[in-house]
Design a binder for this molecule. Structure first.
Ligand SMILES: *[C@@H]1O[C@H](CO)[C@@H](O)[C@H](O)[C@H]1NC(C)=O
Ligand SMILES: *[C@@H]1O[C@H](CO)[C@@H](O)[C@H](O)[C@H]1NC(C)=O
Ligand SMILES: *[C@@H]1O[C@H](CO)[C@@H](O)[C@H](O)[C@H]1NC(C)=O
Length: 219
């Protein structure tokens, strides 16, 4: 008992002591590996694999998301089922890793408010299969109507959701910051990953064909 606790403790220490290694590739186009940028909606934002490694972990991404105005989903109020996507990395279809909702400045209660009045909604998928292990996070973002309108996505919601997120992430005055961690992000607008238009998209809402690739660095 005592020995195994010591063993576990030293394993934990060892894991913490090894910084995650920085990735070498920003992302791989899911289409190349038989995947797609469509889940039930569209993935319009990529957090590049070249970001600070800590940003690409679940906890690290959550902290970054909080810095730009998202938080844990309100209590257990799930208004939609999990969505799945195939990022062409050899993992096939996987479920989203996290579901975060815009928090309106209150990390604990704000998501409840969002569920009621609508807001920017985010689903996260990680590209880490053995055929494209970039560590990049693919985000499906959408701006939703309030619950009284059935919590559907507003017209042009995919583009607006992306633009709101990108605007906050690339803000330089002040830089986004949460929990004592400050971020600086560079933006590359990429076309060709997604077709423009509404074919195959949830709710039939069209999008432009632009994907925003953010490289997020902890400063
Ligand atoms: C973005 O920043 C604005 C202004 O600071 C804030 O009101 C908003 O909640 C933030 N979050 C999102 C996801 O737009
Ligand atoms: C996603 O989650 C749902 C509900 O938990 C589950 O039924 C489904 O099998 C999962 N799909 C994948 C691809 O893991
Ligand atoms: C890949 O990401 C998924 C989703 O976050 C995670 O559950 C899984 O453990 C990761 N796989 C590896 C090999 O790190």
């Amino acid at each position: 008992m005592f020995i195994s606790s010591v063993f576990v403790f030293s394993l934990v220490t060892l894991t913490l002591a090894l910084p995650p290694t920085k990735r070498a590739v920003a992302y791989v186009d899911p289409n190349l590996g038989g995947g797609s940028m469509l889940d039930d909606g569209r993935m319009k934002v990529i957090i590049s694999g070249l970001s600070s490694p800590a940003v690409l972990t679940d906890d690290g991404f959550l902290n970054f998301a909080q810095a730009i105005g998202f938080s844990f989903e309100c209590l257990d109020l799930h208004l939609g089922g999990p969505q799945s996507a195939n990022l062409g990395d050899g993992n096939g279809y996987v479920n989203q890793t996290t579901e975060l909702r815009q928090d309106y400045g209150d990390a604990l209660l704000g998501t409840c408010l969002e569920s009621l009045i609508g807001g920017n909604h985010l689903r996260v998928f990680r590209q880490n299969g053995s055929e494209a292990d970039t560590g990049a996070l693919f985000l499906a973002v959408s701006k939703e109507e309030n619950v009284f309108e059935g919590h559907t996505i507003v017209p042009d919601g995919y583009n607006i959701g992306r633009d709101l997120l990108v605007q906050n992430a690339t803000n330089t005055n002040p830089l986004p910051s949460f929990g004592g961690v400050t971020y600086s992000a560079t933006l590359e607008q990429v076309t060709g990953l997604l077709p423009a238009g509404s074919a195959g998209v949830n709710h039939g809402i069209a999008t432009d064909g632009v994907t925003s690739v953010l490289t997020v660095t902890i400063v």
